[in-house]
Design a binder for this molecule. Structure first.
Ligand code: FMN
Length: 211
């Protein structure tokens, strides 16, 4: 199995081609792949709204920009976060110009009395489909980023798109576009070996219970 797609797919922001249209057929095919993801009791609670209309995208983009700014306010970024912040800001400034926005929703509202089990069931039953969708897009040369910054304005975006707020929760939004030329920087991740305990929890740096 070629695992390059799994290890090489990453958030695309500055390399989104804002001018080249994305084919509806590609989006349809990717969504059909997304729905092969697992969900609790196979409930398949995911619902999708694909937005291509320029005015709708522009209005969602305004909510996204405000949400992104609110999320940043009062935070002092570490030096190693500055490049990510710049690319995040670029996306916030251009989200409304991205050819396609895909809103991913889950039927129901988050549990009113959250427990680890209920929260895992609610969000964990839709995020695998989000990642399936990103991988399927990536396999077609389409870039995306999992975003949530607009959720501060979830109700306003629900009204805009006719999403029944009490019946469906927006969990993520993917801006989708063809890739501009240029290379990917490698994905930065802590190796699994450093964060995996075998037969028990491993405190970072103690070498683990087994090798
Ligand atoms: C739950 C979640 C919420 C996220 N929200 C945002 C967001 O609102 N805006 C954004 O630009 N990226 C967002 N991201 C993308 C992460 O910043 C990105 O996946 C992470 O920094 C890894 O970057 P890489 O894929 O380039 O390696 C989110 C990712 C997750 C999993």
């Amino acid at each position: 199995m070629n695992t390059d797609l799994l290890t090489g797919t990453r958030a695309v922001r500055k390399r989104l081609d804002l001018h080249r249209p994305v084919d509806d057929r590609d989006i349809r095919e990717c969504l059909e792949i997304a729905v092969h993801a697992p969900s609790g009791s196979n409930r398949q609670p995911w619902r999708f709204v694909v937005v291509r209309d320029a005015e709708l995208k522009q209005r969602i983009g305004e909510y996204y920009r405000k949400g992104f700014a609110a999320n940043l306010s009062g935070r002092t970024p570490r030096p190693d976060q500055l490049a990510d912040l710049a690319s995040g800001q670029y996306l916030a400034d251009h989200l409304g110009e991205v050819p396609v926005l895909i809103l991913v929703c889950s039927l129901g509202r988050p549990p009113a009395e959250p427990s680890a089990l209920r929260l895992a069931g609610f969000y964990g039953s839709v995020y695998p489909a989000v990642w399936n969708l990103q991988l399927a897009l990536s396999a077609r040369g389409l870039g995306s980023t999992l975003t949530t910054a607009h959720l501060t304005y979830e109700r306003e975006v629900a009204e805009l798109l006719g999403i029944p707020f009490e019946e469906a929760t927006q969990v993520a939004m993917l801006p989708v576009a063809h890739l501009l030329p240029g290379g990917h920087k490698p994905v930065r991740r802590v190796p699994a070996a450093e964060i995996t305990g075998w037969d028990g929890w491993q405190t970072p740096g103690d070498g683990g219970a087994a090798s």
